[in-house]
Design a protein around this ligand. Structure first.
Ligand code: FES
Ligand SMILES: [Fe+2]
Length: 402
């Protein structure tokens, strides 16, 4: 039977998510636990949008390549001799072994570990050793070399981030990122350089991270990093100090810096992210749907790419970027460390609960366990705080039902 969102969820459940936020219901337990639903997401959402897959610093030099999985399919990311980043299906054109099983550095070619067919970094077939008895395997004309290149996949780079759109039907990456570009008010993201890359696996569905795109949980889940509800809520108006913004693929939480009390300050001598003269400085956590978080604050960018591995398993691929020498100079080490303390905890451990990231992950893992229960089918959104969550779940359904 054909797998559809309506068959898996039921029309009434879809209708309940679609309602105005005040009366809407959130996605039911099955959307977080079922293999079939996960496969539907891979085919109808991940393959048809721009999935964040890696950072440019993951393959810094020509000849660097890495195997990744996008929407359940094996893909190679490679940096060519022209310093371009390309993506290919990680499938040998001989008899379909995976060409690359481990990341490699400064390779001259991509060589299959089976009978060693090899392609240059642009995906052109270079050798099929002894296929026709000759050394290159290409002399007797059995093989049409031109048609046996690695099959390319649609890939794009935006600043530090690498995206793949497997179906090849998404709008250009600039258009996908345009709402974020506008929100950032000219912030010079290009002035930032990577200081740290950390991957943490967690035992929960990838959507937990997007469902978390609100400030409602701060005071409780992130105590003592946040300590007062009034940091996030104006008790007089009963409205959060941040507005939830949604535009296309981008959801953001923009804080009213004129009225809101400042968050507890970190002292820092780190260089600030440059803005054009006269432009208002914007700082905000942003989520580029489906899976890339780009949080811009005064002196750094904290990013996470969530890679969905299974219905109940994901990896957070985190990167931290600072301006110029701020990323590497020992003079700024203390400032960088204070920042890592906040995000990763002083423990720097995925198993702890002392930084924003591992605190969130512990919650998501507890949600994942609770989502096994039939009592987890009826969840609600706060109209005051959780517009982003409602928006995300509706966008997901737009893709799944299209
Ligand atoms: S499958 Fe790759 S060389 Fe045969
Ligand atoms: Fe959080």
């Amino acid at each position: 039977m054909v797998r559809t969102a309506a068959r898996l969820l039921g029309e009434d459940v879809i209708e309940a998510v679609r309602r105005p936020i005040e009366s809407a219901r959130g996605l039911p337990a099955l959307a977080y636990t079922s293999e079939e639903f996960f496969e539907l997401e891979q085919q109808k959402y991940f393959a048809r949008t721009w999935m964040g897959v890696a950072y440019t610093c993951d393959i810094p030099d020509p000849g660097d390549a890495m195997p990744i999985t996008v929407a359940g399919l094996p893909i190679i990311l490679v940096r060519t001799h022209e310093n371009e980043i390309k993506a290919f299906h990680n499938v040998c054109r001989h008899r379909a072994a995976m060409v690359l099983t481990e990341p490699c550095k400064k390779a001259k070619q991509l060589q299959c570990p089976y009978p060693a067919w090899a392609w240059d970094l642009d995906g052109r077939l270079r050798a099929a050793p002894y296929f026709d008895g000759s050394k290159s395997g290409l002399e007797e004309g059995f093989l049409d070399r031109e048609s046996l290149g690695l099959v390319s996949a649609n890939c794009a780079v935006w600043h530090h981030w690498i995206f793949v759109n497997l179906a090849g039907n998404a709008p250009p990456i600039e258009q996908h990122m345009q709402p974020l570009t506008e929100l950032m008010n000219g912030a010079d993201l290009g002035a930032t350089r990577v200081a740290e890359r950390v991957d943490w696996e967690f035992q929960a569905n990838w959507k937990m991270s997007n469902d978390n795109w609100e400030n409602y949980h701060h005071m409780w889940a992130h105590y003592p990093i946040y300590t007062k509800v009034t940091d996030d809520l104006d008790l007089k108006t009963r409205k959060p100090w941040s507005v939830s913004l949604q535009n296309g693929a981008v959801m953001s939480l923009k804080r009213d810096s004129k009225k809101a009390p400042p968050y507890p300050k970190r002292e820092s001598n780190l260089p600030m992210i440059p803005f054009p003269d006269g432009a208002e400085r914007v700082t905000a956590p942003n989520l580029v749907l489906p899976n890339v978080e780009i949080t811009v604050v005064r002196d750094n960018i904290g990013s996470v790419i969530i890679e969905p591995l299974a219905p109940d398993r994901s990896v957070a691929r985190m990167a931290f970027f600072f301006v110029g020498d701020g990323a590497t100079d020992p003079a700024y080490e203390e400032g960088r460390n204070l920042n890592f303390d906040r995000w990763l905890g002083e423990s720097r451990s995925p198993a702890a609960r002392d930084g924003l990231r591992n605190q969130d992950m512990r919650i998501w893992e507890s949600q994942q366990i609770a989502r096994r229960s039939p009592a987890a089918d009826e969840v609600v959104f706060s109209p005051v705080w959780e517009e982003n969550v409602h928006y995300f779940q509706n966008q997901l359904l737009d893709y799944l039902t299209a």
